[in-house]
Design a binder for this molecule. Structure first.
Ligand SMILES: [Ca+2]
Length: 332
């Protein structure tokens, strides 16, 4: 009698191990079926809004001054506990005059209309990609690869060359991302894990400035670093020793000149001081899966409001948020 009871109990863990199918590990047949109904390749038309960092109403001078404040604070030898207070104090003294000095050196970029025009373009990037979904139990292995990028201008759609938005030969280059997608219980919906692309938002912004916004202007963004003269910028900064919590934080002209030299070289690799050269974008979230002809095979995916994105590396003073939406049609 005893034997017939104890044997199954002792064997249970081993059986689970061998069959990988006890209790919670049992694949949900509904999710497995959903995953199979979504299998295949899709053509994705996405719209990205990369204008987040430009929507604060700041001029190029202000954006650059934000960066100068950060770089100047990094020059200081102060306890980390005082850093926030020191940043506020330095900002209060140098931000406004350096903004005016930089805007005066770059009048072509200081115009509000320039920033607004660039912001409007970055807010409506059309991004084409392919998406393949391969079932694996109740999940899907997904690969998304960006194939093209364009913007709508007054003169019609303009393609952004791939050598601009891709990282070119740099090692971090990847326009293809692998991730997991999870069909959701209780309806045709798919949760796409956050996945990252090292799209060069900085180069896209500079290219759009040159090719569209400043098209009829002799000034080009490659002239930014030549025109930013640190003697002029730091010469505009006059201040008494800055004290924080009773301590002189030691900001002087020499440290400001070092910070300004760093600003100029940083602007060479960052568009307008906004996007770091190695900034990536990542997005993910909920998509609706639509079976238009009710044949059991999903034909279309559409992002929902619960789909979002963000910059992966961005200046601390600007918004990392990135709006992304897409529709994907099954490729025949
Ligand atoms: Ca169908």
């Amino acid at each position: 009698m005893r034997k017939t009871i104890t044997t199954p109990i002792l064997c249970l863990p081993l059986m689970c191990l061998l069959w990988a199918g006890c209790d919670d590990d049992e694949p949900n047949p509904a999710l497995v079926a959903q995953a199979r109904s979504m299998e295949g390749s899709y053509q994705v038309q996405g719209r990205w809004d990369l204008s987040g960092p430009l929507q604060e109403g700041e001029t190029i001078g202000e954006l650059s001054a934000d960066l100068l404040v950060e770089l100047a604070v990094n020059q200081l030898t102060i306890p980390s506990s005082l850093k926030d207070e020191a940043r506020s104090a330095v900002r209060a003294v140098i931000h406004r005059p350096s903004t005016l000095a930089i805007d005066a050196l770059l009048p072509e970029l200081a115009e509000a209309s320039t920033r607004e025009a660039l912001s409007a373009l970055l807010a409506n990037l059309e991004v084409s990609s392919t998406l393949t979904l391969t079932p694996s139990g109740e999940r899907l292995r997904a690969t998304e690869t960006i194939t093209a990028m364009s913007v709508e201008t007054d003169l019609g759609a303009l393609s952004i060359p791939s050598e601009i938005f891709s990282a070119g030969e740099e090692r971090s280059a990847t326009l293809s991302s692998e991730f997991i997608a999870r069909p959701q219980d209780g309806g045709l919906a798919l949760e796409l894990d956050r996945h990252e692309f090292s799209v060069r938002g900085d180069r896209v912004a500079l290219w759009l400035l040159d090719e569209v916004v400043l098209k009829d202007v002799a000034f080009k963004t490659s002239m930014i670093t030549d025109k930013l003269n640190c003697d002029t910028i730091t010469g505009a900064l006059e201040f008494d020793p800055i004290r924080v919590a009773g301590i002189n934080i030691g900001l002087n002209l020499s440290k400001l000149n070092t910070a300004c030299a760093q600003l100029v070289s940083t602007l060479e690799s960052r568009a307008l001081g906004l996007f770091s050269a190695d900034s990536g974008v990542q997005h993910g979230g909920r998509a609706e899966a639509i079976d238009e002809d009710s044949d059991g095979q999903v034909d279309r995916l559409e992002s929902t409001e619960a789909y979002s994105g963000e910059w992966t590396v961005v200046l601390s003073s600007v918004s990392p948020q990135l709006a992304v939406e897409f529709e994907a049609d099954r490729a025949e």
